[in-house]
Design a binder for this molecule. Structure first.
Ligand SMILES: *Cc1c(COP(=O)(O)O)cnc(C)c1O
Length: 355
């Protein structure tokens, strides 16, 4: 039975990754032991961390100026780790939706937050491009993909200030010049692996200046010194990330994935725009290629539409509880044929119910 998994997170992973990671839980590398039964300081596991680190750098085309960390506490912990380590007085933030708001809320506990743009007035349906980043701020923070409303930053500002980016829901989905960022963080459960692990990519030279007495787990420098094993890391999620990164590399890397993702998104947005019963509220240039949100023009058809997709093994199409409507999350591992199938259902729905 084929299930079309449009879940927003935790979400779809490549089938072969799921099979290999499941196998490692039963018998890790033919050792007779489960991955869950071996020491995180064993040679076998150190090799996995090393390999995953190299894969992240290779896939993103980054050099050794950057450190790669695999931490716990989700992207949510990064909302406070970033200002704890990097904010002396003031930082600039873009408010592009729910996750930005949460990041801003934590940052305010550490200093002054200068909000350069808020999408609140237009229900977060667009992202301003011509904002000015002040020179005197410690860093600029943005959310590359807004998982809930379905917007995505397609361009990033040119600035001498370090750019910090929450890429939780679009990491490894497209090719970018990653050198423009000083710190990238992403919780793994959207496009990479299981929950409980966050990838943090840091340009090491931005860390020198901090004068605070930072608790050890919150201190990037300490994690770098300890190569992500200050304490016991999430071994399963790290191993599964390694498998996903191998899958990405075998497919041909980020440029291939970007092409596939753009194609899937275009097909779906084209259908939403053409179909007389649906609409998408996001400004066209800001539409996300990962999370496609849409609404029924007539709310009274909701019951009928829900009945239709739910009986076809389509999963996870309900919109976020704060935004309503529908949301199709079309991450890297979601096959083109699932998008095509959803489009068929939307077409059939239009044939049946448009007047
Ligand atoms: C899901 C998500 C988060 C929260 O991640 P947790 O791992 O639950 O802390 C933060 N930012 C973005 C953009 C997300 O999509």
């Amino acid at each position: 039975m084929i299930i079309h998994n449009f879940n927003a997170g935790p979400s779809i992973l490549p089938k072969e990754v799921i099979i290999k990671s499941a196998q490692s839980v039963i018998d890790f590398n033919g050792s007779g032991l489960s991955l869950l039964e071996i020491s995180h300081r064993s040679i076998d596991f150190l090799e996995i961390i090393e390999k995953t680190t190299c894969l992240v750098k290779r896939v993103m085309n980054l050099n050794d100026d950057y450190a790669i960390l695999f931490l716990q506490g989700g992207a949510t912990l990064q909302f406070s780790m970033v200002p704890y380590n990097l904010m002396d007085k003031e930082a600039a933030y873009l408010d592009t939706g729910f996750w930005s708001i949460n990041a801003i809320k934590e940052a305010k506990k550490f200093g002054k937050v200068n909000i350069l743009f808020s999408g609140k007035e237009n229900q977060y349906t667009y992202i301003l491009k011509n904002y000015k980043i002040p020179h005197n701020v410690d860093y600029f923070h943005c959310t590359s993909n807004n998982t809930i409303v379905g917007t995505q930053m397609k361009i990033f500002p040119k600035t001498s200030v370090p750019i910090i980016c929450d890429m939780s829901s679009d990491i490894f989905s497209r090719k970018l010049n990653f050198y423009q960022f000083s710190l990238i963080y992403a919780s793994a459960q959207k496009n990479v692996s299981s929950a409980g692990m966050t990838i943090v990519i840091i340009k090491k030279n931005i860390l020198k200046t901090t004068k605070k007495n930072i608790p050890s787990y919150m201190d990037y420098q300490i994690h770098i010194q300890n190569k992500s094993i200050l304490n016991t890391p999430n071994v399963f999620s790290i191993y599964t990330s390694m498998l996903t990164l191998e899958w990405i590399e075998n497919k041909g890397g980020l440029s291939i994935l970007e092409k596939e993702n753009k194609n899937k998104a275009k097909l779906l947005y084209d259908e939403i725009d053409k179909n007389s019963l649906f609409e998408n509220k996001i400004h066209k240039e800001d539409r996300s290629n990962m999370n496609v949100s849409f609404f029924l023009k007539e709310k009274k058809l909701e019951k009928e539409f829900n009945k239709m997709w739910k009986k076809e093994n389509i999963i996870g199409l309900d919109g976020h509880r704060f935004f309503g409507g529908y949301r199709a999350s079309i991450y890297n591992a979601l096959p083109l044929k699932s998008v095509q199938f959803l489009i068929e259902i939307m077409k059939e729905f239009e044939r049946k119910f448009s007047s």
